[in-house]
Ligand binder design. Structure first.
Ligand code: HEC
Length: 102
């Protein structure tokens, strides 16, 4: 009985994830190692209050990520220091430019 219930919970979660259709993780294995390191910072810092799918899906104009990241860092308790903000903005600029060229 318990197992069946768990199975349905898992199924529902999977269906929900499929519906959302938004990835909350990125495969950066083909990125330069410097960008992979910045992705790690992005992943830890930007997933505390919401999923990564928000920044992954967001359409921000070229060069606009710096201001965006700064805005996020201003949320109470964000805990993203200046160096991390720079690294995250650089990663997001790189990633979105790369996506746009595909
Ligand atoms: C302290 C909590 C917190 C952290 C940490 C945080 N965010 Fe957010 N984020 C929010 C809240 C609250 C909203 C919704 C309200 C808003 O847009 O300000 C949001 C919304 C967003 C949105 C979506 C706006 C939209 O229109 O859907 C994006 C994109 C985003 N955040 C990116 C980031 C990035 C990039 C980082 C890491 C630098 C980050 N967030 C870290 C709290 C946070």
């Amino acid at each position: 009985m318990m197992r069946a219930a768990l199975f349905f919970v898992a199924l529902a979660a999977a269906a929900l994830a499929a519906c959302a259709g938004a990835p909350n993780t990125l495969d950066v294995s083909g990125y330069p190692s410097e960008m992979q390191a910045k992705y790690e910072i992005f992943e830890t810092r930007c997933s505390r209050c919401h999923g990564l799918e928000r920044p992954i899906q967001a359409r921000v104009a070229d060069g606009g990520w710096k201001a965006y990241v700064r805005r996020m860092a201003r949320h109470p308790g964000a805990g993203i220091d200046a160096a991390d903000q720079r690294a995250i903005a650089e990663f997001l600029e790189y990633h979105h430019r790369r996506e746009a060229q595909r």
